[in-house]
Design a protein around this ligand. Sequence first.
Ligand code: ZN
Length: 352
Amino acid sequence: MDVLTDRVIQLTLELLAVPSVSGDCERVLKRVESELASCGLPCTRTHKGAVIAVWEGQDNQRQRVVTAHVDTLGAVVRYIRKNGRLRLYPIGGFDWRSFEGENCTVHTLDGQEYRGTLLPDKAARHAFPPEAHNEAHTLDNVEVRLDVLTDSRESTEALGIHPGDIVSFDPRSEVTDTGFIKSRFLDDKLGAALVLTAVKVLKEKGTALPNTTHFYFSNYEEIGHGTPAIPPAAAEIAAIDIGVVSEGCSSSEHAATILSRDGIMPYDRDGVRRLKALAEAENIPYRIDAYQNYGSDASTCVRSGKDIRALCFGPAAEATHNYERTHRDSVKASLQLLEAYLLSGTGVSQPR
Ligand SMILES: [Zn+2]
């Protein structure tokens, strides 16, 4: 078994255990800060709370940003029903059916936490006619059943639960003895763990980086905010984010994915070529892929008007934004590609 891959998986599980719905990421951001501090990297916070650590490299003119996001899909309480249960409003893009039956936690503004489960209103198969079994589920017919004694709006309100409270879904993380890692939010806790592990490993080796590199842990990716606090000298941004394993895509749970295009833009051609060459030089299994319904913090950064080259690569998972799964092969390949990328320099001798 590969020790470095195990380190990434262990850190991924620890990050997954910390709820961090977009807009409510403070706990996991503090964890990221403590990981970076243990590597001796100074951190700053953006006004929106994202963590950025700078590692000074040999070339301070053409700086890089390497980003991963720590926020996940989730929901807020939309209103409390007469039966004391909760209607939700989603945060991020997902289908309700992918979260049905999942346990969740309601996080109130004053710091209390209540457990519950997301279920369709007509969940009891024995109680409703057959047509109810095929009903489409929308935000108007799924609810959170709270695991407390409440059967009215008033008694739920008395617990301190209010509209606007954040609801996080359990990640249901599992590592199988066949090498698979399953969880709801591999996207992008696995990406964050890869970046943190790569930094730690390179620091342990006493390596110097060719380019000054900003490690940017963003906290609003799932709702498309990008990375607004880009340093002026940054010439390139690489998002370490999830590849998509599905029919119609070429990514694999046994390789790293290099994105050539997403729903926003074609990624920098020279950068894609460099990543491909690095993977081939190091015998790293890789796939080049293009996705329609996809944006990363790198492509969002370009769309926001920044003059910067964008790249996106990382591990690939089955059933993204659903119950995701990848294999340790993809984790290993992605860590190798990330290390090679960090050590490779921009590869562009002159700014274009
Ligand atoms: Zn992502």
